[in-house]
Design a protein around this ligand. Sequence first.
Ligand code: NAD
Ligand code: MG
Length: 345
Amino acid sequence: MVNIYYDQDAKPELMQGKRVAVLGYGSQGRAHAMNLRDSGHDVVVGLRPGGFSWKQAEEDGMEVASCIDAAKDAEMIMFLTPDTIQPKVYREEVEPTLSGKETLFFAHGFSIHYNQILPPQNLDVVMVAPKGPGNLVRALYEDGKGVPCLIAVAQDASGQAKDKALAYAQAIGGTRAGVLETTFQEETETDLFGEQAVLCGGVSALMKAGFETLVEAGYAPEMAYFECVHEMKLIVDLIYNGGLEQMRRFVSDTAKYGDVTRGPRVIDDNVKATMKEILEEIQNGKFATEWVLENQAGLPVFNALLRRDEEHQVKAVGESLRQMMDWLKEDTTKAKEVVKVGRSS
Ligand code: NAD
Ligand code: MG
């Protein structure tokens, strides 16, 4: 079982008088910067001059600077740019400013676990990763609550690295809900596995395969879309709120019988064997290497595969059916902020 920490376990004095640089002002960056500031800390946001986020940060009343200027006199530096950009930001704008007393913070382990950033040994390197999107991290904080966070330590030069992570987690509201201790390795590998095998990859492939099966058997694509894509939300909401038990309380006995007898035939031992291969590629660095090289090459495979998926019939059918659903039109902008499972964007 993991260690879980709460407010009374935190030592906020470890952040006292220390300037915090939050690099990036997207989903997480905005929430972290605002919560840190409202917890009484001296915060500077680091961004590309002239970018869209810069204006937003200024409008929120934040002190904004280029990453190099933000990092220059900060003792705590949190990396909240997209993961793929972090190594460049580190190399060009953070490393040159390091004096040896900084703590580097991350909200996801990829850059450190796969050695894309190699900080000097004399620095503390920690993770504080909220288990929720930034807008929720902010909204709950304002409400006197918090989103559970993960903390982890990659380097403990001061002997206080874990306590620093916990103090930061408290400042963004995490200890109000509970902070779970993990490692960079565990967070990175489980996060990648979840998004590949189940959440993004698994779910979209499952829905498309179901949709194709019905359409190929001669059923109307509209029917296939409703049954294999649209209704996913109803089921997931039930599971989110009350686990598989709650979903099973709310569906018919016929659905439940089909669930327990047919589900394991769809996700059979072959599927599980493939999941194990995918996990191994994450563990042995094959996926990370592939993804880093793909980025260096300008994303040719990534863009080609996304384009091919855009041409799938499920897209056009979905677009026209969603036109009939008035309630979705208001939701789209909100959903854009909320739904950000993948972090590699
Ligand atoms: P995001 O894409 O929402 O925001 C990225 C920010 O970085 C933007 O403000 C962008 O303007 C800025 N940026 C881009 N390039 C930059 C550069 N060269 N210099 C300075 N700023 C630059 O990212 P996010 O989803 O908030 O993710 C940030 C980190 O948090 C990632 O490590 C991610 O894995 C992690 N994380 C995200 C979530 C989530 O729900 N989104 C949850 C937990 C952890
Ligand atoms: Mg994740």
